[in-house]
Design a protein around this ligand. Structure first.
Ligand code: PLP
Length: 375
């Protein structure tokens, strides 16, 4: 473990320990570990927080994506437009269901789908767009929803990194990330902005029919016990995790504010350094900084990473190999050069420690170490 890690989950736990421990104990004492009242309570509170009609808890973010696509009834061969610059889970579930991932390049500033490229990639086989709100900022949902309507496509938002981000719609109203498209997929993996002490996930939707379908699929396609209307999976949020998440949900806005404050502190320190591009602030989306990611220019990114590591400072590269160039996806026929922005970013991005417990002292150390390397 580096002296200064990427996240400080234990520190965060210690600050809310009495509440979390009590919530865990309550579940232990009720003995309802699956589908207990804690799950329902968290679900309701999250629906209220997001102002969305339905939250369907499930086992993890990858399942949330998969179940979303199953609920839409997508068929083998259907094309799903998605970025290659993302965590593997996004494309993995598309491929797993026999659908065809169509990778589109991203914008060099926001790291989200380049909408001109999306438009060019739509064919008669395109059935869905799967934008990723990468690092905590929403993709261009106004244009995505417009295109989806025009071409009759479904939209699944990969919201795993962006819970709590606010998106401004064309009419000026604000909506939570993950509640704009047909479905939103969320992960409660420990290091996510709302994370539990294990795996967890959820699907968000305002569509009654899709909600019912998702609920059925998460539970073996079963509405009435032992009668199966859909081919489903087993994907549940355990009561213990729901109880922990329900405590943490109360702090989500504070956690987001802490991340934003830390990001501003980094921004001020790095803004006039020509070798570093600081995160772009979009007009239509707030940034909840799941990651604080810099793009390096004219320096050896890996050497910077090494330099930080030597001083006990963690950093990370999300993501070093774009999905279209991963071994497992070679059958799709992509080659180097197909997605130039994505490929360039994968060589030049670096994420610095970002979490809810960062102090100015820790950040000063990180900033100084980065600056020293650039001298
Ligand atoms: C974390 C993550 C996932 C997968 O979530 P799990 O809970 O780990 O399955 C999917 N997409 C993105 C963008 C993620 O960051």
């Amino acid at each position: 473990m580096p002296r200064i890690p990427m996240v400080d989950l234990v520190g965060q736990y210690h600050n809310i320990k009495p509440e979390v421990d009590k919530a865990i104990e309550e579940v232990m004492e009720t003995g309802t570990f699956i589908k207990g009242p804690a799950v329902k309570q968290f679900q309701t509170n999250l629906e209220e927080y997001l102002d969305v009609k339905h939250v369907i808890p499930c086992g993890n973010g990858t399942d949330a994506l998969q179940i979303s696509m199953m609920a839409l009834g997508l068929q083998p061969g259907d094309e799903v437009i998605t970025p290659s610059f993302t965590f593997i889970a996004t494309a993995e579930v598309i491929a797993l269901l026999g659908l065809k991932p169509v990778f589109v390049d991203v914008d060099p500033d926001t790291f989200t789908l380049n909408m001109d490229e999306v438009e060019k990639s739509i064919t008669s086989n395109t059935k869905a767009i799967l934008p990723v709100h990468l690092f905590g900022q929403c993709a261009d949902m106004n244009r995505i929803m417009h295109l989806a309507e025009k071409h009759n496509l479904s939209v699944i938002e990969d919201t795993c990194q962006a819970i709590g981000a606010e998106y401004t719609l064309k009419d000026g109203s604000a909506q939570q990330a993950g509640t704009i498209g047909d479905l939103g997929a969320m992960s409660f993996f420990p290091s996510k902005n709302l994370g539990t002490f294990g795996d967890g996930g959820a699907i968000f939707t305002n569509n009654e029919d899709l909600a019912e379908k998702c609920r059925s699929i998460t539970n073996h396609g079963m509405k009435r016990k032992y009668y199966h209307d859909d081919i489903g999976v087993n994907s549940r949020l355990d009561s213990l995790h729901a109880a922990i998440l329900d405590v943490k949900l109360k702090y989500l806005d504070t956690y987001i504010a802490n991340r934003q404050k830390a990001a501003e502190y980094y921004n001020r320190a790095f803004k006039n350094i020509p070798q570093l591009q600081t995160p772009f602030i979009k007009k239509d989306s707030t940034h909840v900084y799941h990651q604080y990611t810099l793009v390096t220019k004219d320096i050896d990114r890996d050497k910077l990473k090494e330099h930080l590591s030597e001083q006990g400072i963690a950093s990370a590269v999300y993501y070093p190999v774009p999905i279209h160039l991963q071994n497992a996806y070679q059958h799709l026929g992509y080659k180097e050069g197909d997605l130039p922005v994505t490929e360039k970013l994968s060589k030049n991005v670096i994420s610095l420690p970002m979490h809810t417990e960062l102090t100015k002292d820790i950040q000063d150390e990180i900033i100084e170490a980065v600056k020293k390397f650039l001298k």
